[in-house]
Design a protein around this ligand. Structure first.
Ligand SMILES: Cc1cc2nc3c(=O)[nH]c(=O)nc-3n(C[C@H](O)[C@H](O)[C@H](O)COP(=O)(O)OP(=O)(O)OC[C@H]3O[C@@H](n4cnc5c(N)ncnc54)[C@H](O)[C@@H]3O)c2cc1C
Length: 519
């Protein structure tokens, strides 16, 4: 076959590289024309090593590549994540909290409980009203029991894990079980074809790795895609201001310390702090806008937070690491025979942990629609670019929703975050519409939406958005009243049962990993 895709070169061995290589190898291994997958990684340039929060989609990805959940738990410090708890986002202070759980509201396909919650003017927080998972999270319970089979659950979950260890586990698995060929070397230069595509990458050893499709997973360096005309970059700094993070690992001082099964996201004066509980340590970091605060101030804010949540920690023994990023994404992710996955394709702050989910999406499309030749590649590339641009725009819109409704008055940062001029038009339109109706399926219409309309509900109502819906919905509310009563009763019963059944997150981990203790 002319221009057949027989060899795929993945450059970069971070999470993006290994997930993409693994999915391509796993999804195509039974095919008569299974391509060779080669991953080349620099022995000198470390992976970014952050990225510790995932979505439930990671369970599916790991199952597709045939990785046992037990291996993830044992080798990557993993714990269970059921969503995110936001503190201090609507107003300053620990009293202002809400959760965005992974479970959809009860009977979401056919019933919009949000309308009923708004109509009741109830004091009950929105998430608690619509899903028993909010109660499970508040009680610090795990999403499953020790006897629950791998990847199955009582309530939906993803993971928290050590990003460096995760990349190493994927590496071992991809090479040993999926037949990915590994080359440890620096790519020195990219050799072009006459038609503008990439012919080969040339390594510092002098070796020339020719290929038919090149996947750029070189992180912020964007070594391959950055050289492609037309790939461009769309900055979103005018919408999402955060451009710097300080990350730190905080060991537990007490082996019995509870482990939250949510990412804790606490708003501070010029950004927010993530706090992720792993088996022997927390991963903590401050994401902030360098236009609104200085590095010493941001560091002091982070130290103050750690001192508050873990008073016995010796702050001077911790290694703080600063990471800068330009918030934005590629104008085109796939140009010719080069496709960017991971940080090379773009990055925005890790609120809602969408980066790994975007990697999973991109790698899934590439692996499932792997073009057989260059002619098909043009079509796949065009569709890939459309889809990924759509996802990025939705992620940006959704993240902005967390900011635009804030009522904090403690800093210029929070005032700027709610300035309508910084709000994308699409979100402004939706906010107007949601004054008269609650978000539902029309607000996130695609089957493969990263954030379903339920996610918009959790954030919107968590942030205190409580419009009086239009009177014409009154008849529908009345019609569904009995059904809603039954649904809420069933939810309350489920929450009660699960409270009695489920272990704490720490107890579940101890039962799965009996030998683990404090580092
Ligand atoms: C502060 C912060 C917090 C984050 N938190 C989350 C989170 O909670 N959840 C989430 O989903 N995502 C998160 N992310 C994003 C996540 O970390 C990344 O999307 C993910 O780790 C993928 O990175 P990568 O593989 O694209 O790049 P990297 O990990 O940087 O890997 C790049 C690879 O390219 C190789 N390379 C570079 N140059 C060359 C060369 N010349 N030759 C050969 N190889 C080369 C390197 O050796 C390395 O292997 C976070 C990001 C940041 C910055």
């Amino acid at each position: 076959m002319q221009d057949a895709v027989r060899r795929i070169i993945v450059v970069g061995g971070g999470t993006a590289g290994w997930i993409t290589a693994s999915l391509i190898a796993a999804e195509n291994r039974e095919s008569a024309h299974a391509p060779e997958v080669v991953l080349v990684e620099s022995p000198d340039i470390p992976i970014i090593g952050v990225g510790e929060g995932t979505w439930p989609s990671m369970r599916l990805t790991l199952q597709k590549i045939g990785l046992a959940e037990a291996d993830l738990m044992r080798q990557c410090e993993a714990s269970f994540k059921q969503g995110t708890r936001f503190t201090g986002w609507s107003r300053q202070g620990d009293d202002h909290q809400y959760v965005h759980p992974f479970s959809l509201p009860a009977e979401y396909a056919t019933l919009n409980l949000a309308e009923h919650w708004l109509a009741t003017a109830a004091a009950c927080p929105f998430a608690e009203f619509v899903t028993p998972q909010a109660t499970i999270i508040a009680a610090g319970l795990a999403p499953k029991q020790s006897v629950t089979p791998e990847y199955a659950f009582n309530v939906n979950y993803g993971y928290h894990f050590d990003a460096g260890k995760f990349a190493r586990l994927l590496h071992q698995h991809a090479v040993a079980r999926l037949g990915v060929r590994y080359v440890s070397s620096n790519v020195e230069r990219v050799e072009s074809q006459t038609d503008g595509g990439i012919a080969a990458v040339v390594l510092t050893t002098g070796e020339r790795l020719a290929g038919d499709l090149f996947v750029d997973c070189t992180g912020q360096r964007a070594l391959l895609i950055g050289q492609q005309p037309g790939a461009g970059f769309v900055s979103v700094k005018e919408i999402l201001f955060n451009d710097t993070a300080i990350a730190v690992q905080v060991p537990y001082v007490d082996a019995s310390q509870p482990i939250a099964s949510v990412t804790c996201a606490t708003a501070v004066s010029s950004g927010w702090i993530w706090d992720i509980g792993l088996q022997t340590r927390r991963g903590v970091g401050h994401v902030y806008s360098s236009a609104h605060t200085s590095e010493p101030e941001a560091l002091a804010t982070l130290r103050e937070y750690i001192g508050r949540v873990s008073p016995q920690t010796d702050l001077d023994r911790l290694g703080f690491r600063q990471i800068r990023f330009e918030p934005g994404f590629r104008r085109q992710f796939w140009v010719g025979n080069c496709v960017a996955v991971g940080l090379s394709g773009g990055f925005i702050e890790p609120l809602e942990a969408s980066a790994l989910a975007l990697i999973e999406q991109a790698a899934t499309i590439i692996s499932c629609q792997l073009p057989v030749n260059r002619a098909t590649m043009t079509v796949v590339a065009r569709r890939f670019n459309e889809k990924m641009a759509y996802h990025w725009e939705r992620v940006i819109e959704f993240l902005k929703l967390h900011y635009v409704l804030n009522q904090r008055d403690d800093s210029d940062y929070w005032r700027a975050c709610r300035d309508p001029a910084s709000c994308p038009d699409s979100l402004r339109d939706k906010l107007l519409l949601w004054q008269q109706q609650a978000p539902w399926h029309d607000d996130a219409p695609r089957v493969d939406e990263l954030f379903p309309s339920a996610s918009y509900q959790y954030v919107l109502y968590g942030m205190g958005f409580r419009p009086a819906l239009r009177a014409t919905r009154g008849a529908a509310l009345l019609r569904d009243r009995e059904r809603v009563g039954r649904v809420l009763q069933a939810s309350a019963d489920k929450a009660r049962q699960m409270r009695n059944l489920l272990p704490t997150n720490r107890e579940l981990l101890n039962s799965l990993l009996p030998m683990r203790g404090v580092a």
